[in-house]
Design a protein around this ligand. Structure first.
Ligand code: GCB
Length: 619
């Protein structure tokens, strides 16, 4: 679909990319009147020209924690953003197409260019774009206006409920939700303006494989904008693979234009961190679209479009006992994470991403789950580059009230996620949901249909999900999955304080899931809230000692489970502390982090580091 941003915008000799990040204007609509801006037609003029007061707001960032205004932090409904931009006349004279792309906006976005509705999108955490040539004024100033609506209802992914409540000032709308992270909103990731030629490469799909004799195989498929102008005898694509030094190691001239296969001898496979001295080896794959003069073939070729992308070459396979990368069985040492930090909320921050990857490597992890929504494209590129494997989760969390419109939206969220991330070497599985209410009867038909659909577009990856039903036999979803994941909080939500009740329940439960479904088993969440600097001896809940004891007991269970070939990995909840909605069970947010919210280690980090390195190096 035209509104789904597919290829990451990259500069080349035929493409320009401009950033629209920076300071935008923000205007909050009346809390009791989310459609105020539509009625008053705020898109028709600058927000400054309305008689409401605007503030400056950085993009990318969540708007909630930037100001000291409680109403903005807790706002339910719409806010409007605006900025000006220029489009050079040259883009028209050169007959370029102009695209506007949002990395993500949470949750619903409607975009106007110079007062004309240009695009809309309905999910957080996923990119969207549109061609905007017909809306822009070349060689002069343009205005972009966007309405962002953060309301979640029983058909959004994830679900929520907006309640109308009486308060001291009259009535107020309150957003409620059952998931355990703050519903940050705003323009969360970068905004780009970019160009392509009229005829251009519009989408790329890759699959890679490594055969025993060190031959790498890349199967690719291409799509083009303005496809009708291309013909077999007057166009071709030069496909070149370059290694990290820039040397062309494989190339091909493709006159079929659509599909092709590239073979690489002596390939350097993509390996996860600590599985090889050179993890995350990335080649660059280059697609050069040419037009030729029929009379003399390639000699007079003209370059039409050039697109280059990083690519890691590896094989991925699975069976009922495990997941295999380049033929080697994987044991995942990982985390559930969040995109969350002070002030910027869920706003993209490359320094934070870099810090997180440095910590992941410091601690010896090799994987994380993008709990509970797709993470930034930039972080996916980092994961490729650092050899960190990704369980890629769609934004469905605590799904309830399984009904047809929700199912369609859930399918769409998965389609958009897979479409965006299918070419990443780091992605080893799709997680279709976190803790849906799968004990309900209606969950069975829902997940049957959802997995059936997703399997058709899964692009060589297994399907998984995180279940938390208390008994495997009651889960109406797991029967449809390739890898069974479960979340369990022994000595926290179950038997708080009882670190003597971890090893056996964890071991027995994993075996129970296995017996029931005969699939590989992974623990996606375990942990306990811990206030950094709070020490108790003997260990007491919320102390650093308690977290350390709780982890070490889990390690005993995992070590027993590792003797069984189907046990695939252990993911801590959580990598770092993160913000939640206000509740009496959360002091300043969820504190189950191994790192604090500002990414410094708690005591348990050192213990986990010993374990993860020992596992990696098979000590
Ligand atoms: C869970 C959820 C996660 C929560 C966590 C907790 O099971 O999947 O989103 O943050 O428990 O700490 O309660």
């Amino acid at each position: 679909p035209a509104t789904v941003g597919l290829l990451y915008p990259r500069e080349s000799e035929t493409r320009e990319v401009r950033s629209l990040d920076g300071m935008w204007l923000l205007l909050r609509s009346n809390a009791s009147d989310p459609l105020q801006g539509i009625r008053e037609k705020w898109y028709n003029q600058s927000l400054r020209a309305t008689n409401h007061s605007t503030i400056l707001m950085p993009v990318p960032a969540s708007y909630n924690d930037v100001t000291v205004d409680q109403q903005l932090r807790d706002h339910v409904g719409t806010v409007w953003y605006e900025r000006q931009f220029f489009v050079p006349t040259r883009w028209r004279t050169d007959k370029l197409r102009t695209w506007l792309r949002f990395g993500s906006v949470h949750y619903q976005a409607v975009v106007w260019i110079n007062g004309q509705a240009a695009l809309r999108h309905n999910f957080g955490h996923l990119p969207f774009e549109a061609e905007i040539d017909s809306f822009v004024k070349y060689g002069s100033e343009n205005r972009i206006t966007i309405m962002v609506d953060n309301r979640l209802n029983n058909r959004t992914i994830p679900q929520g409920k907006v309640l109308k409540q009486a308060n001291d000032d009259g009535v107020v709308y309150v957003q409620t939700y059952t998931f355990d992270f703050f519903n940050y909103a705003g323009i969360h990731r970068s905004v780009h303006l970019y160009t392509t030629p009229q005829t251009h490469i519009s989408d790329v799909e890759l699959r890679t494989l490594i055969s025993i004799n060190k031959i790498g195989r890349i199967d690719y498929r291409l799509w083009f904008g303005n496809e009708g102008s291309l013909a077999r005898n007057s166009n071709y694509v030069l496909v070149q693979l370059r290694d990290e030094t820039g040397t062309v190691v494989a190339h091909q001239i493709n006159r079929e234009l659509r599909n092709g296969t590239l073979l690489v001898t002596n390939v350097k496979p993509w390996w996860p961190y600590l599985m090889d001295p050179v993890p995350g080896y990335m080649y660059s794959l280059e697609f050069l679209l040419f037009s030729t003069d029929e009379s003399d073939a390639e000699a007079n070729s003209q370059l039409i479009d050039a697109y280059r992308m990083p690519i890691g070459i590896r094989s991925l396979s699975w069976n009922n006992d495990g997941l295999y990368l380049n033929g080697k069985s994987l044991y995942l040492r990982g985390f559930g994470k969040h995109e969350d930090s002070d002030i910027r909320g869920k706003g993209l921050d490359n320094a934070m991403i870099m810090r997180d990857f440095n910590l992941l490597k410091w601690i010896g992890a090799n994987a994380y789950r993008t709990s509970h929504y797709p993470y930034s494209e930039e972080s996916m590129q980092f994961a490729d580059k650092h050899g960190i494997m990704i369980i890629d989760e769609c934004p469905s969390v605590n799904t309830d009230l399984f009904e047809p419109q929700l199912l369609l939206n859930h399918m769409s969220a998965l389609e958009q996620l897979i479409h965006r991330d299918r070419n990443h070497a780091s992605v080893i599985a799709w997680s279709i949901a976190n803790e849906p209410r799968t004990q309900k009867m209606t969950a069975e038909a829902y997940f049957g249909a959802l997995t059936n659909y997703t399997r058709g577009i899964a692009h060589g990856r297994p399907l998984t999900a995180a279940s938390n039903v208390d008994s495997p036999s009651k889960c109406k979803m797991s029967q449809f999955l390739d890898i069974i994941g479960f979340n369990r909080y022994n000595a926290w939500y179950h038997n708080a304080g009882r670190t003597d009740m971890i090893v056996s329940p964890m071991y027995e439960e994993a075996k129970y899931w296995r017996e029931r479904y005969q699939k590989p088993i992974i623990v996606f969440e375990y942990g306990g809230d811990t206030l950094e600097g709070y020490h108790t001896l003997p260990a007491f809940i919320w102390s650093e000692e308690y977290q350390t004891t709780l982890f070490s007991k889990h390690f005993q269970a995992f070590d027993k489970l590792r003797q069984l070939k189907w046990f695939m990995g252990e993911f801590v909840w959580n990598f770092a502390d993160f913000k939640t909605e206000q509740t009496i069970t959360r002091v300043g947010g969820n504190k189950k982090g191994v790192f604090t919210r500002d990414r410094q280690p708690k005591a348990v980090a050192h213990l986990l580091r010993q374990r993860y390195y020992a596992l990696a190096l098979k000590l």
